[in-house]
Design a protein around this ligand. Structure first.
Ligand code: KG4
Ligand code: ZN
Length: 303
């Protein structure tokens, strides 16, 4: 109850501000995250959306959070002749590689077996005491590091980089950083030391993400690669993955949302719903009316 109240207190000012700007008559559809995620956040979001759907008499569509991350690419870029495509979704809760053979189809081909990449960034930042969310903090310190061309004297593992699958694992990397920090406790005060740990751990995460994405692109003869999720805001990951994709034969295309649309936002949920809505028949659109009562949250929803 406490958590739910905290969510409501967070969401109310946003709704108040938005309601002043929105002309509800211009809205075709309301969309809301159904899952995956924390149950209290999902419930508060869904109940709020249901209230608006009922009050404004607008249809309501439930959206998968991960689909939102992926779909925001489709409103920002012209997407033509891109299938088969490989999707890498990297966030605080997920690290997932997917194969899209055609529009609307998605098959998971790999995922993290423990921590997500974003979670790894967050945990490393926490043990270095450099702030939360950890990704932007680690990335910021990494830019100030003197490590040149990613050649570091610190060497962290690249977990599962050589395995013959598309899965990931990041908990070992976090533990390696933990032991290294413990061993060098006296140096933690030195900015340079922290900057170098950030640069090397960021690079370890990037190396694994890129290696598996490129391997999947080759195996499935992808015409394009989609990167999305909060970690996709990482400048080094964006630039380095782009460079690797450029080296692939047959001009493989690379799509990544603007940085502000990578981390969780409402636009991505609207984008996913709008894309689906556009392809519905008039009968299917009619069926959506008054469906708000049927939509349920699912904390473990998968793509
Ligand atoms: O997608 P997102 O906003 O929320 C979830 O669905 O989890 O992703 C949040 C994650 C956090 O772990 C955060 O540290 C990471 O994305 N993140 C970054 C950057 N910005 C956010 N990681 C690396 N570099 C960044 N610039
Ligand atoms: Zn997210």
């Amino acid at each position: 109850e406490v958590a739910a109240r905290a969510h409501i207190e967070n969401i109310l000012p946003v709704i108040k501000k938005s309601l002043k700007k929105i002309d509800y008559k211009k809205i075709d559809l309301i969309s809301v995250t159904q899952g995956p995620g924390l149950i209290t956040s999902l419930l508060v979001g869904l109940e709020t959306a249901k209230t608006l759907s009922y009050a404004w008499k607008k249809p309501l569509m439930g959206v998968n959070h991960l689909n939102g991350h992926l779909a925001v690419n489709f409103i920002e870029h012209e997407i033509k002749n891109v299938f088969p495509a490989i999707s890498l979704i990297v966030s605080g809760g997920h690290t997932e590689l997917g194969l899209m053979k055609k529009s609307g189809s998605y098959k998971k081909i790999g995922q993290t077996r423990d921590d997500a990449a974003g979670e790894c960034f967050d945990k490393i930042a926490k043990l270095l005491k450099i702030g939360y969310p950890g990704g932007p903090a680690v990335a910021h310190y990494a830019t100030q590091s003197s490590i040149i061309n990613h050649q570091s004297s610190i060497n962290f593992p690249r977990p599962m980089i050589k395995t013959n699958d598309f899965d990931f694992s990041f908990s070992g990397l976090k533990t390696a950083v933990l032991y290294f920090v413990k061993k060098n406790k006296n140096k933690l005060e030195k900015k340079k030391f922290v900057q170098n740990i950030c640069a090397e751990s960021q690079q370890a995460i990037i190396d694994v993400l890129i290696h598996k994405t490129i391997k999947a692109s080759k195996k499935y003869k992808a015409k394009s690669v989609f990167l999305s999720g909060g970690v996709a805001a990482n400048q080094e990951l964006r630039e380095q993955l782009k460079l690797h994709i450029c080296k692939l034969p047959n001009n493989v295309k690379f799509f990544v949302p603007s940085r502000n649309l990578c981390t969780d936002n409402a636009v991505m949920i609207a984008a996913a719903a709008a894309l689906k809505f556009k392809n519905l028949t008039p009968i299917q659109k009619k069926k959506l009316k008054n469906n708000w009562q049927k939509i349920k949250v699912d904390p473990n929803l998968s793509l």
